[in-house]
Every structure is written in structure tokens, then in C-alpha cells.
Design a protein around this ligand. Structure first.
Ligand SMILES: [Zn+2]
Length: 319
């Protein structure tokens, strides 16, 4: 049989990203279009199917040579039933995706939660390539995560594994309410939102900083000020890094991954963030674990979702 390509779809609340991926995990082509979630699930599924056929056509790949279609979903999925249990960004509740899409495309279709899919992408051809046991953490508006064990996504008993953003890590007066309804989650500190919240709170308490002169504090501004040597901004970054390092230490002694891959907008701060995270990890985790575990930046950026979605079907077929 001729060389296969796989189609990965990263379904977002605003945009659908789609990619054609070769058997080594390399992106051959990509495309993007609006989701128009307001038109309802059937219309979105039909649009995904059209985009899939189009991208194969655009790259002169016969439909027969497409090995399958994987979809990353921004919400909770039921793998067994192939349906979306809840995706607030799409306003989907109990929507079957796998079977209807498979019928439209006459291909095998697999779906997964988008954070898990991004982790699989990094494991397949990104920063985790060649590492069989991996934890990916995405630091954006929130904190997402995915766990790869023996090259496979670890879903947990009910598909809830990898929700590292909701590790309850802060106790006492510093613990803030998280979007999940619980106190002191990792996400309340080490996300972009968390970093801004901490900076604003401490500024309001009278801390002196160049950030105090800005009309609006963003996570990027906090990192820029820290880079420029602003002691207050540095203390905020170090606090967020310290809390993340502690969470990583907990994950490391529990799962013993070979590598942690950190992505998302906040991770673009580079060594300014990674330096103190590694230092905190080394302080909190036993030496025997620290020695064999590294912490590196993600390399696929916002392509991780598409590559990983394609990986769902390729991994399965390549066994
Ligand atoms: Zn939470």
C-alpha cells in the first residue's frame, strides 16, 4: 500500500484547525476555518468533513490513502461511545461525533479531549519524541495537562486523568477560588490569569513596581518587567514557578515520567520561567527522581493539537 497520511482536526470554540500528517508525525499541510458553533452540531460536523476532504484534495492525496481522522475536542469526551459529554465552548452536551463523522467520511474516526491530544502530539513528534512516559502541561488562560504512559494517552478510570490544573496546591489564606469551584488549584497561580491576579493583588497591597504605572497588567508585561530586573515582577514569576515546580514534583513521584513538556503562552517566557521551575522541582522532589527527569519547553506550539489528533488514528493503526 502507498504511503498513508492521517488527518488531525483541532476543534475549537472559534476555529477549526485541520492538518494532514505523515506517518512520522510531520505536518504536510494545514488549514483553518471558523467553527460557527451557533449553527449547531450537525453543521459543524459537516464543515469538518468538507475541510477533511478538501485538505486531502489540496495536497493530491487520494482519499483511499488517508489512514483515518482524529479529532481533539475542547471538553469532556466519552471514548467508548465516541461522543462529546460536555463542551461549554461549543455549547455541546451529549453530542455523538465519532460515528456520524465516520459515516460522512467513510473513514475510521477517533475523538479525544484536546489537552490529551496535544500531549500525544508532543510525544509523537515534538519535545517528547522518543520518550515513552511523559507529562505535558499547558500554561495559558488556564492550566491543562495530558499524561502519556507507554506512548499512549492515560485517560484514567472515567477519562478525567491529566487535569493537572486542578491539583489543589495552595492552602491557607493564599488559596483562591478556582473556576472548578474548589480552592487553591494550580491554575489559580501558574496560569496567565493567575500571574496577573497575583501581581494585581500585591500591587493593590502597595508593592512598588514598574508594573504599577501600566494601565493594564498582563502576564506578558509581568515577564517583560521581570526580564528588565523589576524585583516585584521577579517575585511574582518566582512564586508562580515555585508552585508549578511543587506540582511537578508531586506528579514526578507519582508517575515517574522521563520528561515534563511545558507549553502554552506563559511558557514562551523561556528560561525566565524554566530556570526557577527546575530549581523548585529539584528542591521539592527526591534527588533520585530529579536526576532522571527533565523539564523542557513544548516545540509544536499550536500545531500540537492537530498533530496529536492525527496521532490518535496513526498510533492505533501502527500498534
Ligand atoms: Zn480548579
Amino acid at each position: 500500500m502507498s504511503e498513508h497520511a492521517f488527518i488531525g482536526i483541532d476543534l475549537g470554540g472559534t476555529n477549526i484547525k485541520i492538518g494532514l500528517v505523515d506517518p512520522s508525525g510531520r505536518m504536510i499541510g494545514e488549514n483553518e476555518g471558523p467553527t460557527h458553533a451557533e449553527e449547531g452540531a450537525d453543521a459543524v460536523l459537516a464543515r469538518m468533513a468538507r475541510m477533511a476532504e478538501q485538505i486531502a484534495q489540496d495536497h493530491d492525496i487520494r482519499w483511499a490513502d488517508i489512514g483515518g481522522v482524529g479529532v481533539g475536542i475542547p471538553g469532556f469526551t466519552d471514548m467508548k461511545e465516541g461522543k462529546v459529554v460536555l463542551a461549554p465552548n461549543l455549547r455541546w452536551k451529549d453530542i455523538p461525533v465519532r460515528d456520524p463523522l465516520s459515516k460522512l467520511l467513510q473513514k475510521q474516526v477517533l475523538i479525544e479531549n484536546d489537552a490529551n491530544v496535544a500531549a500525544l502530539g508532543e510525544a509523537w513528534s515534538g519535545a517528547g519524541k522518543g520518550i515513552s512516559h511523559l507529562v505535558c502541561i499547558t500554561l495559558g488562560t488556564g492550566v491543562g495537562g495530558g499524561i502519556i504512559i507507554d506512548g499512549q494517552i492515560y485517560q484514567g478510570y472515567r477519562g478525567m486523568a491529566g487535569e493537572v490544573g486542578h491539583i489543589p496546591i495552595v492552602v491557607g489564606d493564599e488559596a483562591e477560588m478556582c473556576g472548578c469551584g474548589r480552592l487553591g488549584c494550580l491554575e489559580t497561580i501558574s496560569s496567565a490569569t493567575g500571574i496577573v491576579r497575583i501581581a494585581k493583588k500585591r500591587l493593590a497591597q502597595g508593592a512598588a513596581s514598574s508594573l504599577g504605572f501600566l494601565p493594564e497588567v498582563t502576564a506578558k508585561e509581568v515577564f517583560l518587567a521581570a526580564q528588565a530586573g523589576d524585583a516585584f515582577a521577579l517575585s511574582v514569576v518566582h512564586y508562580a514557578a515555585d508552585v508549578l515546580g511543587r506540582a511537578i514534583a508531586g506528579l514526578a513521584v507519582t508517575l515517574n515520567p522521563g520528561r515534563f513538556v511545558i507549553g502554552g503562552g506563559v511558557a514562551r517566557a523561556g528560561e525566565l520561567l524554566f530556570g526557577p521551575v527546575r530549581k523548585a522541582f529539584a528542591e521539592y522532589a527526591p534527588y533520585t527522581v530529579v536526576e532522571k527527569t527533565d523539564i523542557v519547553p513544548a516545540t509544536l506550539g499550536n500545531r500540537a493539537g492537530v498533530v496529536g489528533a492525527a496521532g490518535l488514528v496513526s498510533k492505533l493503526q501502527q500498534g
